[in-house]
Design a protein around this ligand. Structure first.
Ligand SMILES: C[S@@+](CC[C@H](N)C(=O)[O-])C[C@H]1O[C@@H](n2cnc3c(N)ncnc32)[C@H](O)[C@@H]1O
Length: 311
């Protein structure tokens, strides 16, 4: 049974490394929590035997649509945020799995299609939702949030030095008329962010921050990681690819905490009574090679962290 070729629209990042990290067993059950255009999913299917199974999730209806092309009976996909992972597995009657992969962030089709509102170069409605069927678009948030809320989101999610000036400029601009398009926002940011970082558009940090806020990306990740851990069989693998330091810090802290014995509240405790750790961190964080970054610049900030479930 051959797996379909991945869509050319998204180049999977750290593909070989992520697949190796999952240590795929032919008869295993795996979760791809971020199907995207199926690059990683296809590689997993290619390594599974006839009794293997791949359970995919994505919150983007367009990703679900793309997944319809896969007719492989070992594959199934659910339109859901990965913070619903436990519920999705429960509904399918799957108690435990051999591995979970999460390739975080946005896909190239999301970034490249102006209509999705993620692009700071092309013009489109200021939306930025990965799931446009839920929640409010970025334009709506920028219309209704307080100056302080905007400042805090841009500072903490964009690590942007000019957060204060940007929030002020957004609030001043919306007094005249709402900011409805990516081009309007990008122009306002270009006029407000005075210091250019080399090779980076002045709108980059604020766009990232607004996207993270609109999609509640850090909350999603914090909710999903314990569910992934709970779903893993002993020996099962957790592999997460992050694209910025805020995500990577959450993954690193989660894996490290689960790799330490969980001390009970009452101390002292005898060594043999210490609750055992749940995860073993495997190796060091993996970054893409110079060749991968040259071929796919979007891979440049990727970091893969891997851990194994302990018995
Ligand atoms: C980097 S892409 C994944 C690409 C995929 N590995 C491939 O090879 O085609 C990230 C995908 O994760 C999805 N996504 C991001 N956050 C999500 C969440 N909280 N729940 C479900 N899907 C999410 C996005 O919609 C996007 O399709």
């Amino acid at each position: 049974m051959s797996a379909p070729a991945p869509s050319a629209a998204h180049v999977p990042v750290l593909l070989e490394e992520a697949i190796a990290a999952l240590a795929i067993r032919e008869q295993g059950v795996y979760v791809d929590a971020t199907f995207g255009r199926g690059g990683h999913a296809s590689a997993i299917l290619a390594r599974l035997g006839p009794a293997g199974r791949l359970i995919a999730l994505d919150r983007d209806p367009q990703a679900i649509e793309a997944a319809r092309a896969i007719t492989d009976p070992r594959f199934g996909i659910t339109h859901a945020p990965f913070s619903d992972l436990a519920q999705v597995l429960d509904r399918m009657g799957v108690a435990q799995v051999h591995g979970v992969l999460a390739d975080l962030g946005v896909s190239s089709p999301q970034l490249d299609e102006p209509g999705r509102g993620f692009s700071l170069r092309a013009d489109g409605p200021l939306d930025m939702r990965m799931d446009p069927t839920r929640g409010a678009p970025a334009s709506e948030w920028l219309r209704s949030a307080s100056e302080q809320q905007i400042r805090e989101a841009i500072r903490s999610y964009g690590e942007e030095r000019f957060a204060k000036q940007i929030a002020k400029a957004i609030v001043a601009a919306r007094r005249d008329r709402p900011i409805r398009t990516t081009r309007e926002l990008a122009a306002l940011l270009a006029a407000t962010v005075r210091t250019r970082e080399s090779g980076q558009d002045p709108a980059t940090r604020a766009f990232q921050a607004i996207r993270i806020h609109v999609n509640q990306e850090l909350e999603e990740l914090s909710l999903a990681l314990p569910q992934a851990l709970a779903a893993l069989k002993p020996g099962g693998r957790l592999a997460v690819i992050s694209f910025h330091s805020l995500e990577d810090r959450i993954v690193k802290n989660f894996m490290r905490a689960a790799a330490r014995p969980n001390l009970p509240e009452r101390l002292p405790v005898r060594a043999r009574d210490l609750p055992s750790p749940k995860l073993r961190v495997l190796g060091r964080p993996v970054k893409p090679s110079a060749e991968e970054v040259a071929a796919n610049p979007r891979a440049r900030s990727a970091v893969l962290r891997v851990a194994a479930r302990l018995a």
